[in-house]
Ligand binder design. Structure first.
Ligand code: GLY
Length: 394
């Protein structure tokens, strides 16, 4: 007879109970928001509806974070089989199809975050053809942002905007899986080429020699030469924004899976080791890794949730059993630390699944609040631990 050690049993119980609490919050939020979209972050731990802006009504589908909401619904459906989650996810998939067909708010590399969770997920789970064609349209649109001769996908803004021309950001690694998926679906090499070129440029330029990362980096639009790194949401140009480092862990890992380029696996580990070496004792980073134990700077729990998913992915991908084992243990420890110190004590205490994240401290937006992406990646990390066979949406 095999027996499970007591420490493992109690951590499994903690994950089960955290999952139950998180799923009850997702259920309550569906009732509260209907088919509308919550804002990027909570205010005092409650999500307001996304504010009206220009032609977009309150609760409208705009910005880069709306897909994290149906992403949570797909995870919830997979865990429970309750059709209420599936039906909510399908209504959002239809709205994302409308968004891409009507060309609404598409001038961003974050089409990857948006359409992987809102459209590729229902395609993978249900074979939904409308979602598939919407995701392919979004992938086509994302390809328009590939800059020649640099071979990078421009992150933000209109392609003719001189302030943004030639600039990309570490987060963009997470937008590549949409192109990888489009390559799998269509067989068109242009999608896979873009992934290879973009991720190589980031590995060579956005990852620094000391294994920290720049948040953003500029290439000369005319020559394609790398120019300089800069921050937008970090403390300083030469500091290391915690969430960016976490995007590096997960993003390089996913792009290693897509390309089989071993240098991307090493890049993921370089980001990972730097991240771990700069964690305070409770395992959840300050919003910028320049701050160390004892600082009163706010934490970014969303960075820990993203990194946890990255480590749990590395545990699946790395052929070296020792490294894979360590990645699994680190991923589980990060999740245990989040459950212990950063989830609401009772689900009804907050609309967020995960408290104490930071969106953009320099602009004083969403500081010490819940965030839609923190919630999504926390739920994904819990799912990965509860179900090691879970098939990713990315
Ligand atoms: N992708 C934007 C952010 O992480 O804030």
């Amino acid at each position: 007879m095999t027996t499970t050690p007591p420490a493992r049993q109690s951590s499994a119980l903690a994950v089960d109970s955290a999952l139950a609490g998180a799923l009850s919050t997702v259920r309550r939020n569906i009732a509260a928001f209907g088919d509308l979209y919550p804002d990027d972050t909570t205010r005092d731990d409650r999500y307001p509806l996304r504010p009206a802006a220009g032609a977009f009504p309150e609760g409208g589908n705009r910005g880069w974070t709306t897909s994290f909401w149906p992403g949570m619904q797909w995870l919830a459906w997979e865990r429970t089989g309750d059709p209420a989650f599936r039906d909510a996810g399908l209504r959002h998939a239809a709205d994302f199809a409308r968004r891409v067909r009507q060309g609404e708010d598409l001038e961003t590399h974050d089409l990857g975050f948006l359409y992987t969770l809102a459209a590729v997920a229902p395609w993978r789970l249900l074979g939904d053809e409308h979602a598939r064609s919407a995701a392919l349209l979004a992938a086509d649109h994302l390809m328009k942002r590939l800059l020649e001769p640099a071979g990078v996908i421009q992150a933000w803004g209109d392609l003719s905007d001189p302030a943004q021309r030639g600039r990309t950001i570490i987060d963009s690694l997470m937008n590549m899986p949409l192109l990888t998926w489009a390559h799998e679906q269509t067989g068109e090499e242009r999608f896979a080429d873009a992934v290879r070129r973009h991720t190589t440029q980031l590995r060579e330029n956005i990852l620094r020699a000391d294994d920290s990362t720049f948040h953003t980096f500029y290439w000369d639009p005319a020559t394609g030469d790398p120019v300089r790194g800069a921050t937008e949401q970090g403390a300083f140009d030469d500091s290391c924004w915690a969430r960016g480092q976490a995007w590096g862990v997960y993003g390089f890992a996913l792009n290693y899976r897509a390309t089989d380029d071993a240098s991307l696996l090493e890049a993921a580990w370089r980001c990972a080791e730097y991240f771990l070496a700069h964690l305070p004792s409770d395992g959840v980073p300050y919003w910028d890794l320049v701050y160390t134990d004892g600082s009163d700077a706010p934490r970014d729990s969303s960075a820990a949730a993203i990194a946890a998913c990255g480590f749990l992915e590395l545990a699946r991908l790395d052929d070296d059993p020792e490294r894979a084992h360590r990645a699994q243990a680190v991923g589980e420890k990060l999740v245990a630390d989040l459950i212990a110190g950063y989830a609401p004590a009772q689900p009804e205490d907050a609309d967020a699944l995960l408290l104490h994240s930071v969106y953009d401290l320099p602009k004083d937006v969403g500081v010490d609040e819940g965030t839609l992406w923190g919630d999504y990646f926390y739920l994904e990390a819990l799912t990965r631990i509860a179900d090691p066979e879970w098939v990713t949406y990315w």
